[in-house]
Design a protein around this ligand. Structure first.
Ligand code: NCD
Length: 336
């Protein structure tokens, strides 16, 4: 790979910060350099330190309170490239763009674009960079967003790369938790498919910055990847594995439920072995702390009984709604 496409470290130097001009917008991203211009990408939650996350969440809060310039992104175009299904992520990015006065374009489905004719992701990204001011990409392959960033001359935001990362989801998860409690020192249960669930990976990483205590509960074979577990433990995060959610229900502040990622299983038999192996019910939640909240990135299949929806613990629909102000803050950060 030649110099111009190579990646710089996520660390920003002080002179780069000055160049970008506004400290609130700087020092946040994985960066590439194209034609001498710094391009800011959001690929992994590890691209952020705690101060940067807090600042972005503060910006989202101001936006939520309607304190933002409705014309901030007039004339700007966002390209959404979704090579996997999406309802919330894609629509909330598009809604966020519209609220800021900008426009979104997309290819529709993979079948409808030239990837189906054999075009490489690199070429697609180079081309789309010429049409838009930022690209949001979701792809079934882990690492695809980082690859896209290497070939893009505009900022790339990772909207989920296989079983890798989902940083925008994590930011809205943190935002939602912060609406109910301080992030510092929370005790959280991560339940479900922690092997393939990218939202769980990004969230666990982010929470290591907030001294959270992590309880993992997953069906056999779907545990948090060992590499991530080791990395977080080395950062000082307290992680305990449990077979049964009932072991921790009394002590957790946040119950984060995830879907079994059926599409990432090698065959349907191995999926059916673990499908429906856990379910959050009102009866179970009767043993939870009064202020405990239940989150889910959605879509849910049958992990949360619909009777939970009316309980004060249930915050997952508010969580998905928070996708708009949080993604507005992200778009402002990369495009303004
Ligand atoms: C998640 C995803 O795509 O990783 N969905 C989302 O973006 N809200 C979770 C999932 O699909 O289970």
């Amino acid at each position: 790979m030649d110099g111009i496409l190579s990646f710089l470290s996520a660390e920003l130097r002080a002179d780069d910060t000055r160049k970008i001009g506004n400290i609130a917008r700087a020092n946040l991203y994985s960066r590439g350099i194209h034609g001498g211009m710094v391009t800011r990408h959001i690929i992994s939650i590890g691209d952020f330190d705690r101060r940067q996350i807090d600042r972005l969440l503060d910006n989202a809060k101001r936006i939520d309170a309607q304190k933002y310039d409705k014309n901030a992104l007039v004339g700007k175009i966002l390209a959404t490239l979704f090579f996997e299904p999406s309802t919330r992520t894609r629509m909330s990015f598009e809604a966020a763009m519209a609220r800021l006065g900008g426009t979104s374009i997309s290819v529709g489905s993979v079948e409808a674009c030239s990837i189906a004719k054999g075009e490489t992701l690199a070429d697609t990204i180079r081309v789309v960079s010429g049409y838009a001011d930022a690209i949001v990409i979701r792809h079934p392959k882990e690492g695809a967003a980082r690859l896209a960033a290497q070939f893009a001359s505009v900022p790339v935001i990772n909207a989920g790369d296989g079983a890798g990362q989902h940083p925008s989801q994590t930011l809205l998860d943190l935002y939602t938790i912060r609406q109910s409690m301080k992030l510092d020192g929370i005790s959280i249960a991560l339940i479900g498919d922690l092997r393939y669930g990218r939202t769980a990976h990004s969230l666990a990483s982010a929470l290591s910055l907030y001294h959270a205590k992590l309880h993992t509960i997953s069906p056999k074979g779907l545990e948090l990847p060992t590499s991530l577990n080791t990395e977080l433990s080395e950062k000082g995060m307290e992680i305990t594995e449990h077979e049964d959610f009932r072991d921790v229900i009394k002590e957790v502040d946040v119950i984060y439920v995830t879907r079994i990622q059926r599409e990432r299983f090698p065959d349907s038999a191995s999926y059916f072995n673990v499908a429906s192996s856990y379910r959050i019910t009102p009866e179970l939640l009767a043993g939870a702390k009064k202020h405990a909240i239940v989150l889910h990135p959605l879509p849910r299949v049958d992990e949360i009984d619909p009777r939970v929806d009316i309980l004060p613990h249930a915050k997952y629909f508010e969580q998905s709604k928070n996708g708009v102000p949080v993604r507005m803050a992200m778009l402002l950060q990369v495009m303004q």
